[in-house]
Design a protein around this ligand. Sequence first.
Ligand SMILES: O=C(O)[C@H](O)[C@@H](O)[C@H](O)[C@H](O)COP(=O)(O)O
Length: 237
Amino acid sequence: MTETGSGVRRHDYSDREALAIALAAGIAAQLAGAIAERGEAALAVSGGSTPKTLFKVLSETEIAWDRVTVILVDERICPPDSERANQRLVRERLLTGHAAKAHFTAFETGLATPDENARRSAELFATVAWPLDVAVLGMGTDGHTASFFPGGDMLDRALDPDSGERVVPMRADGAGEPRLTLTLPVLLDARFLALHIEGEEKRAVFETALGGNDVRAMPVRAVLQQEKTPIHVFWAP
Ligand SMILES: O=C(O)[C@H](O)[C@@H](O)[C@H](O)[C@H](O)COP(=O)(O)O
């Protein structure tokens, strides 16, 4: 492990399988510790294509999943069974095997407007044992994380450390459908914060994001360039 910035702890692996095994072990240890200490644990995961192997390894990991609540970091506003839906990915890839016993609370995406979906989602998440024990972020090659997209219409609201909100809607040119996302303060309150990226292109984007100071241009800087919470960056080629 190398420290590459104020709170950035970098974990590089030779291949994606080794990364998934190591990150799953770290997540499982955090969750098991939370269950031992407080009787329950809360895990937030991202969607997209990167986490598929991680989800498989996690689903095969034996912990007291019936004491774990799983939520998403963000969601595309689309039907739950859409190929685009992060909740479909989680239901199919993570909530199976041992992890089928976990409790999953999806974002609400069926109401008339993104704002109504955000408000209802926040109500649904009120029962989560906050703060999160684990939050696993991904990153796009445009420098977004969660649904903190460059040019996002609610980006300032999502990144406001004093917002008091847990969920905000987001529209952005690079986002496709309107999105729902956990806010930055919620993610930085996590007891274990991880960023999972793979490939040379994303490594280069990560290195660029470590430098510079324009958070609106590369919102992943909001989680990389902060002093509150160490962020563990897991990377493989
Ligand atoms: O809804 C989403 O897409 C994710 O939550 C998002 O933040 C994701 O982590 C990045 O877009 C990376 O996606 P890939 O893993 O597909 O590159």
